[in-house]
Each structure stands twice: as structure tokens, then as C-alpha cells.
Design a protein around this ligand. Structure first.
Ligand code: ZN
Ligand code: ZN
Length: 234
């Protein structure tokens, strides 16, 4: 899989910056000087283009205390975001109604909502979406078994996160991790897929241990349907 140099790093920096912006909004609205804004472990799929585009979607929620006299939540949001370059739009701001504010800055977006009860604030925001890998690698990696060049497999939308490879020479099948390019072998299984009817199309990953159980991951190479399977209790 041909990684586009610097894209993932830029996306991480964008996500860090966006976390800071969300924290600033929450601090302005709630007075909390150190709000927690969780960042997912890896970016999610933002659009099904070819190549697929990824982005971070962040969400934070915080309790709103009783309003300080003269406090204006909409104005506080505006005063926090506009100096940083955000274009702020207030959609709803009427007494006794939910408040809804959206903001954009280039391809960053943010929505700040305060429910009718005015007891919490929700902030959802996303980074610009971008492709992390070239659509078609020029050359496949080497087969781990026979060293021939591997051929890309297309399992459809369900299995888009990893790249799938097969060897036309020795039949090796496996996945390539998008984060570290590592190849993992999948074992071919017998039996037809109950969903697409393809014969002997299932493949299983190496097993792993989780909470006292031995698990593996099975995927149909025909239709891309897959699930985690419990092999036995340890
Ligand atoms: Zn091979
Ligand atoms: Zn299938």
C-alpha cells in the first residue's frame, strides 16, 4: 500500500489543534479550565471516494452549571472561535429553545449545541478529510511465502480499512495494516458463505486471546462480510 507521505502526520496535527479549539469553547462556556476532549485512536472513514478519505470526528460533552449573571453562551462561543479564524453561524438562539451554533474554518467544522434544559453543552467537530494512501499501488509487496509480487484484492466497501492481497503463484491471502504496512496471513476455510453463496470463500486470521477467550476474525473473500469468532474459552 503506497502511503501518501506526511498525510497521516498532518491529520494528527489537525486533530490535536481541533481538540484544543473544542477545549477552549468548553472552558469559555463552563469555566472548566481542563476539560477532557477524547481523541479516537485512529481516524475514521470520512467519504467513500477512491481512494477512501479519512478524518477525525471528535465529540465532547460537558455539564453546564447555573449561568453567571449576564453570561451569554452564544457570545462566549463567538468570542472564543472568531479570533482563531472560525466563521461562526448561530442557527437557533431563543429563550426556552435549544441553541445551535455551527462554525467552519477552511475544511474544519464544528457544531456547538446546548439543549433546552441548558444543563450541558455538546461539541462535535471534524478535521478536513484526506486520502492517506494512493488509490492503486504501483507495485504490490512481496509474497511472504514465495516472494512473487502480490496482487491487490477488492473485497468491497466492508473491508476497506485494510488492503487485501493474494498471491497468484502460491495462493497466499492476507491483509496489510494501513498504519504500519505489516502483512498478516489469513487461513483459507472450507464451506460456503451463507450471505453471497461463494464456495470456500472464508478466510480466518491468526487467533488472539482476549478476556480468557481465544478469538479469531473470519471474512468472506467474496462479499467482504466478516466477524470476530469465539474459538473457545481458555
Ligand atoms: Zn506466493
Ligand atoms: Zn460472502
Amino acid at each position: 500500500m503506497t502511503r501518501i507521505p506526511g498525510e497521516r502526520e498532518a491529520m494528527e496535527r489537525n486533530a490535536e489543534w481541533l481538540c484544543e479549539q473544542i477545549r477552549a469553547v468548553i472552558t469559555a462556556l463552563t469555566g472548566d479550565q481542563d476539560p477532557r476532549v477524547p481523541k479516537p485512536h485512529r481516524p475514521g472513514i470520512a467519504s467513500w471516494d477512491t481512494p477512501v478519505r479519512y478524518g477525525y470526528r471528535l465529540h465532547a460533552q460537558q455539564v453546564l452549571g447555573p449561568p453567571a449573571p449576564g453570561a451569554d453562551l452564544v457570545e462566549s462561543t463567538r468570542l472564543t472561535l472568531e479570533p482563531a479564524g472560525w466563521n461562526v453561524r448561530v442557527h437557533y438562539d431563543r429563550p426556552g429553545r435549544p441553541t445551535n451554533i455551527s462554525a467552519r474554518l477552511d475544511e474544519f467544522s464544528m457544531v456547538v449545541s446546548i439543549p433546552e434544559s441548558r444543563d450541558r453543552v455538546d461539541v462535535t467537530a471534524s478535521t478536513p478529510a484526506s486520502a492517506l494512501h494512493e488509490a492503486q499501488p504501483a507495485v504490490g509487496p512481496e509474497c511472504p511465502r514465495c516472494e512473487r509480487e502480490l496482487r491487490a484484492m477488492n473485497l468491497g466497501r466492508r473491508q476497506i480499512h485494510n488492503r487485501w492481497w493474494t498471491c497468484s503463484e502460491c495462493g497466499w491471502v492476507g491483509t496489510q495494516d494501513p498504519d504500519d504496512d505489516r502483512l498478516s496471513r489469513m487461513r483459507r476455510l472450507e464451506g460456503d458463505c451463507p450471505f453471497c453463496g461463494e464456495e470456500d470463500a472464508w478466510a480466518a486470521s491468526e487467533s488472539w486471546e482476549s478476556q480468557g477467550e481465544l478469538l479469531d476474525w473470519v471474512v468472506c473473500l467474496g462479499c467482504g462480510r466478516g466477524n470476530t469468532r469465539r474459538l473457545h474459552r481458555l
